[in-house]
Design a protein around this ligand. Structure first.
Ligand SMILES: [Zn+2]
Length: 128
């Protein structure tokens, strides 16, 4: 499941792509596909289904801020409060497209169940 979220796969078959394009392709930023290309699952269960994912992105953002703080401790980098804040902001800006994408993936995975029997029907050579 974690793999499927991190690599932005379909929540149902965990093989089809979840987004129209790479999260860093800004023109199509985090646009979720209409259907799974592999199992044909409708990604848009209801209108504005992905609005709720902003709560998730808030949590992911905090997790990244904590991660930056932990890394500065692990690598023994002495950061003042100001430097730490700047590092966190820079990290958040860099990861923002990915945070948005992952949040939508987490959100979809919360509501759509993995169905192994559907995943088995997808031919292996068609995996992306
Ligand atoms: Zn699928």
């Amino acid at each position: 499941m974690l793999y499927s979220i991190l690599f932005l796969k379909c929540p149902q078959c965990r093989q089809g792509k979840f987004l129209e394009a790479h999260p860093y392709k800004l023109s199509k930023m985090n646009k979720v596909k209409d259907h799974c290309p592999k199992c044909n699952l409708n990604y848009h269960i209801e209108p504005s289904f992905y609005t709720g994912s902003m709560y998730v992105s808030y949590g992911v953002g905090i997790a990244i801020a904590v991660a930056v703080f932990m890394l500065s401790i692990i690598f023994n980098i002495e950061l003042g409060p100001k430097e730490l804040l700047i590092s966190i902001i820079v990290a958040l800006i860099i990861t923002m497209p990915y945070i948005g994408a992952v949040s939508k993936a987490i959100w979809a995975h919360l509501f759509i169940k993995y169905k192994p029997e559907i995943a088995k029907k997808v031919p292996n050579d068609k995996r992306t």
